[in-house]
Design a protein around this ligand. Structure first.
Ligand SMILES: Cc1cc2nc3c(=O)[nH]c(=O)nc-3n(C[C@H](O)[C@H](O)[C@H](O)COP(=O)(O)O)c2cc1C
Length: 187
């Protein structure tokens, strides 16, 4: 049995539902999965895991602090394990108005640079879009997102429920998780 740990940090909830879907696919692929919201639980030991997936939402160019704290605390031990990193962020939303160089820069900053910062050589990097629930948004987020709503709609974000704009490509997230399961199983 391949044991996987998913540790994520979220501010607005998107990374939680993305992580749940990754967990669902990994389980479907036969892995044993523990899913941890790093804001609610501090992981103490990673010895029993073959695959560690660490994910975060992005705000103002930054990861959430808890999964980053996880990377810091287990930096040495993670070097000997299969690790995957992913982010949920506005820059990853498929958009006809997105500038390719800005998307590439965001991917590098949020994923490649983060891996390098903790001396990691991830088996996979996931760059996924976000979700914006205008019905349920903290004040600091609505200040920013009310101004951005026009651009969000113009960029093709789908209103999947009233007030909820979801820019995630779920098929891409599932394909990423399936590929990750195959990598975790291979020697
Ligand atoms: C206040 C605020 C700031 C944001 N800043 C960024 C940013 O700097 N870069 C980016 O790509 N996305 C940014 N986003 C979009 C979020 O990354 C996106 O909503 C993501 O899904 C958030 O993940 P979470 O719901 O797990 O917290 C921002 C969103 C908000 C509300």
């Amino acid at each position: 049995m391949v044991n996987a740990l998913i540790v994520y940090g979220t501010r607005l909830g998107a990374t939680a539902s993305t992580s749940e879907e990754i967990a669902r696919i990994l389980r479907e692929e036969g892995l044993e999965v523990r899913l941890v919201d790093a804001k609610k639980e501090k992981v103490k030991d990673i010895a029993g895991y073959d695959l560690i997936v660490v994910g975060s939402g992005i705000a103002m160019g930054k990861w959430t602090s808890e999964p980053e704290d996880f990377l810091k605390r287990f930096r040495g031990e993670l070097a000997g394990k299969k690790v995957a990193l992913f982010v949920s962020c506005g820059n990853a939303a498929p958009s006809p108005t997105a500038k390719p160089e800005e998307v590439a820069e965001a991917r590098k900053k949020y994923l490649d640079d983060k891996a390098a910062q903790y001396d990691l050589h991830p088996v996979a990097l996931g760059f996924f879009g976000g979700a914006y629930d205008y019905n349920n948004m903290p004040w600091w987020a609505s200040m920013f997102m009310n101004a951005a709503k026009k651009d969000l709609i113009a960029s093709g974000a789908k209103e999947t429920k009233p007030g909820l704009y979801d820019t995630r490509d779920w098929d891409a997230i599932r394909a990423w998780a399936r590929d990750l399961a195959a990598k975790a199983r291979s020697g």
